[in-house]
Design a protein around this ligand. Structure first.
Ligand SMILES: [Zn+2]
Length: 396
């Protein structure tokens, strides 16, 4: 089946009627429905599905074993995200299996289609949670204790999703089966528009991390508390948001965002007792930029008589994809151009352990992590065709 046709089957799952777009978070009903759909689609193709201890799915064409060519992406989304980020890579992988069969190819090494858990960190805060756990780059006890907005821990959510939380963590046997990994993804930028190409291969992923700044003050009554008698953590939080723009501009090549700010308790007539400011920073100078933000935040907190705790939630250094595999994938796909990206991916996490590559599919809006994210059906299907040709070449 075509990738665009498969994607169409998912169009009604997890629509977010409040934010627009889709909200599909790990182990929630929408993401679970997509997982069930994937398992059913894999079964129809005669692929054997395994779920690993970290909630990642593996659908095998051939006996699982070392030297496998593995492709896939994720099914979860950011809150109010687009239809393509994640699912495009999964449906393209399934479609590539169909195309290979239609062309009469069968792989001479094991081939697997994967779905990684919680790539966006949309529910538990840490991106690429499934691949980080698999590779051992995230401590399972830390992962187990992460809480979603309702206070549910990742261990509890995983258990509700059918996992045994005691099995979370590094899985060297499964990781060791991956000979080469290729992830197809919608482009999250304008590179392919400018290049006039439907498909590109990934070159680098910029260093990126997430920090949580927690400002603490005195929760109190909005009407009964005089203005001079307040320790309101919303004030240093707000000053920090504006300082992020100013400080990022002083660090060349840095992109810094506060997209999430959570006051506790969060009432209109309540002075907050605490405010969590989530800071996403990307670029070679990310860490020094965050140090400057922290200094500014601390000064703002002191001025208001508030406390501040800063926690690094995740960090991934710059990733340069394996150059031999990148060149091979580019050549197999017909000499497509190479593009850097500012977006993180499971392929970038895996790249520290196995040769990994990415294929990007043109996004005519240049917008991602928003409902306007888009790809034309013709480009979607061209991407799946390119992936099929790449997999055929790698599985020879
Ligand atoms: Zn993605």
């Amino acid at each position: 089946m075509t990738a665009s046709g498969l994607l169409g089957e998912l169009a009604d799952v997890g629509r977010d009627r409040t934010r627009g777009g889709y909200s599909r978070h790990v182990f929630d009903p929408a993401e679970q429905e997509l997982r069930d759909w994937f398992v059913e689609q894999a079964g129809r193709r005669g692929l054997d599905v395994e779920r690993d201890g970290n909630g990642n799915l593996w659908a095998w064409w051939g006996e699982p074993g070392p030297g496998a060519v593995v492709t896939g992406s994720h099914l979860d989304s950011v809150p109010g995200g687009g239809a393509f980020d994640g699912p495009l890579g999964v449906v393209s992988a399934l479609s590539a299996v169909d195309l290979m069969r239609a062309r009469g190819t069968s792989p001479s090494v094991p081939l697997a289609v994967t779905v990684f858990a919680e790539e966006e960190g949309g529910r538990f805060g840490i991106p690429c949670l499934g691949s980080r756990l698999l590779t051992g780059s995230l401590d399972p006890a830390t992962a187990a204790g992460l809480r979603d907005a309702d206070g549910v821990t990742f261990a509890e959510a995983a258990q509700a999703g059918g996992l045994d939380p005691s099995r979370l963590g590094a899985d060297p046997d499964r990781l060791g089966r991956i000979g080469r990994f290729v992830e197809l993804h919608v482009e999250q930028g304008r590179g392919l528009i400018d290049l006039g190409s439907a498909v590109a291969v990934g070159s680098t992923v910029v260093a990126h991390g997430r920090w949580r700044l927690t400002f603490t003050g005195q929760g109190n009554h909005a009407g009964a508390t005089p203005m001079d008698d307040r320790r309101d953590p919303m004030l240093p939080a707000a000053e920090t948001v504006t300082s992020v723009r100013r400080i990022a501009r002083a660090h060349a090549g840095t992109r810094a965002t506060v997209g999430r700010l959570t006051p506790t308790p969060g009432g209109t007539n309540v002075i907050a007792s605490a405010v969590d400011v989530w800071l996403d920073v990307r670029g070679p100078a990310a860490r020094s930029m965050v140090a400057d933000v922290e200094a500014a935040a601390r000064a703002a907190a002191e001025e208001e008589g508030c406390g501040l705790a800063v926690r690094e939630e995740s960090w991934t250094g710059e990733v340069v994809f394996d150059s031999a595999l990148r060149d091979e994938v580019s050549a197999l796909a017909g000499g497509v151009p190479a593009l850097p990206t500012g977006a993180g991916h499971d392929a970038a996490v895996l790249a520290a352990h196995v040769p990994a590559a990415m294929l990007y599919v043109r996004n005519p809006t240049g917008v991602s992590h928003a409902p306007e994210e888009f790809a034309e059906d013709s480009d979607v299907d061209a991407g799946a065709e390119a992936l099929a040709t790449v997999l055929e070449g790698l599985c020879r």
